[in-house]
Ligand binder design. Structure first.
Ligand code: FMN
Length: 486
């Protein structure tokens, strides 16, 4: 559908429900009735996403056996670039998918962060459940894959924690296993902001209050899963992107800001020393590589939810999963920010390839300006906050190679790269235990590939010319034979 046909209300699309309406009008929503919470919703999403090449639908499940009609789940938020664009308030169409990264990056460079606006009431207060009535399984919580042992209420979620020193609120997407009606897990990897907050409380022997959103505006989910810098609240960042503050109520137990239009919010606390076995869970690298480990869990104090709530979900699995583009776009913009902050000139494109996944295969496109430019770019991209976590391959290519087009990237790696001189290795980097090859101590090694034309040859024009069709001839041909290219 045309952009003009989209009705963007002030401050965006109007929360999760407005987003679903817009996605339906774009022709990208599938409604499914009757699928079970027990692996069926997960399998359907997996099967419709894995080979979709950026065209997978969003899926709204209803009539889930054992649950009242209207208690729905949403899967597949971001398996199309157009839906990522809708969420970020960017134009829906573009020539190359990688261009969305530059558009997003430009937007975050110019916007002003806006703190949330506290309001007294909102749909999230339609149901407030406390005490004996608390039961997280009143929602159709899925078991995503056959080898998962438990149901996970939090996958497309936002875990809100507060820094005990500086007071800022972080939103991170960290998974939540269900143990029973009143206890859920919260797996936060070392180095993530929520983990640093928790470590600070626990070092002082204090409990940590938490809010877990498990149904919310897709923008908040996207930002919670993005590597924003330390000290920046995703709520302020979302307000900045929207151009309008996010309306929040104060959580009755925690006092934390909770988006007034959220679908489901769980107030809870983690207690030092209280742990339960967590996992196994099919993870984002595509393996069950993260052993079952005793981890701190959350005691639930309050559940808030809207009438007919929508639980948001995002199963992880071997590529491509529904978060490949999310990580590709949001992570790439943060890498771009760091490259420019380090003063590196002429960055033309950054793309974390969906099959990587996340930062496992990052490509940066540059116009070479000086000898060593390509190597500078590689080292910053693999070590900056947006690129450092669990990376594996970082590749730099010239300005004529589209960073988002794997065919072109492979061609550059096969013709402009020398295995003796164009590789650097980085050892003992920030790893993830989701990596089947993580090293003792939870480090990993990674590889940097300079697939640019050697700079001296580039400068002197002595590298062989490329066999191609010139832009002029392309234009002439398209004008003369439009029927061939429509
Ligand atoms: C669907 C999905 C699930 C995720 N699950 C986890 C998780 O369980 N634990 C974790 O530490 N990171 C998880 N991540 C990655 C973090 O959300 C991501 O690293 C984010 O930047 C963390 O926020 P922070 O930078 O504020 O710590 C997940 C990401 C996605 C998209």
């Amino acid at each position: 559908m045309s952009e003009a046909g989209l009705k963007l209300v002030q401050g965006g699309y109007g929360g999760l429900r407005g987003w679903i309406d817009q996605v339906e009008r774009m022709g990208e929503l599938k409604r499914v009735n009757g699928a079970s919470w027990d692996t069926e919703m997960g399998a359907i999403t997996h099967m419709l996403t894995e080979h979709s090449h950026g065209t997978g639908p969003a899926l709204l499940f209803d009539d889930i056996p054992g649950y009242p009609k209207g208690f729905r789940t949403l899967y597949g938020h971001f398996s199309s670039v157009r839906r990522v664009a809708l969420t970020l308030g960017l134009p829906l169409e573009r020539e190359r998918k990688v261009d969305i990264v530059k558009q997003y990056y430009d937007r975050i460079q110019t916007m002003k962060h806006m703190p949330p606006r506290y309001v007294k009431d909102g749909p999230i207060l339609e149901n407030v459940i406390q005490g004996d009535d608390i039961d997280v399984l009143k929602f159709p919580v899925p078991r995503h894959h056959e080898a998962d042992k438990a149901r996970y209420i939090g996958t497309a979620n936002c875990v809100i924690t507060q820094d005990p020193d500086a007071g800022w609120f972080n939103l991170g997407c960290y998974r939540n296993q269900v143990y029973d009606a009143k206890r859920i897990g919260c797996q936060i990897t070392e180095g993530k902001h929520g983990r640093i907050h928790r470590d600070k409380y626990f070092e002082r022997g204090e409990k940590m209050k938490v809010v877990v959103l498990v149904g919310q505006d897709p923008l908040l989910f996207m930002l919670a899963a993005s590597p924003l810098p330390e000290g920046i609240s995703e709520l302020d960042f979302a307000g900045g992107l929207r151009g309008e503050p996010i309306d929040v109520i104060r959580g009755p137990y925690t006092g934390f800001p909770i988006p007034a239009d959220a679908e489901i919010a769980i107030e809870a606390e983690a207690v030092p020393g209280q742990v339960l076995e967590e996992g196994p869970f099919g993870e984002w690298m595509g393996y069950y590589s993260d052993d079952t480990v005793a981890r701190p869990y959350l005691d639930i104090k309050t559940i808030l939810h809207r009438n007919n709530p929508i639980l948001t979900c995002a199963p992880q699995h071997k590529p491509v999963d529904e978060t490949g583009l999310l990580k590709g776009i949001a992570g790439s913009a943060q890498i771009w920010r760091s490259l420019e902050a380090c003063g590196l000139p002429d960055i033309l494109g950054v793309w974390n390839h969906e099959a990587g996944p996340a930062t496992r295969f990052t490509v940066i496109q540059i116009k070479q300006r000086y000898p060593g430019h390509a190597r500078n770019v590689l080292h910053v991209a693999c070590s900056c906050q947006g690129g450092a976590y669990a990376g594996k391959w970082t590749v730099v290519v010239d300005d004529d190679i589209d960073a988002g087009d794997l065919d072109q990237v492979l061609w550059a790696m096969c013709t402009r790269f020398d295995p003796m001189t164009d590789i650097d290795l980085v050892q003992k980097a920030w790893a993830s235990k989701r990596d089947p090859l993580y090293l003792p101590g939870n480090f990993n090694n990674r590889i940097l590939i300079d697939a640019c034309i050697p700079y001296d040859k580039y400068l002197k024009g002595t590298f062989p010319p490329v066999v191609d069709v010139s832009p002029k001839l392309r234009g002439d041909i398209k004008a003369k034979f439009p029927q061939l290219f429509s």
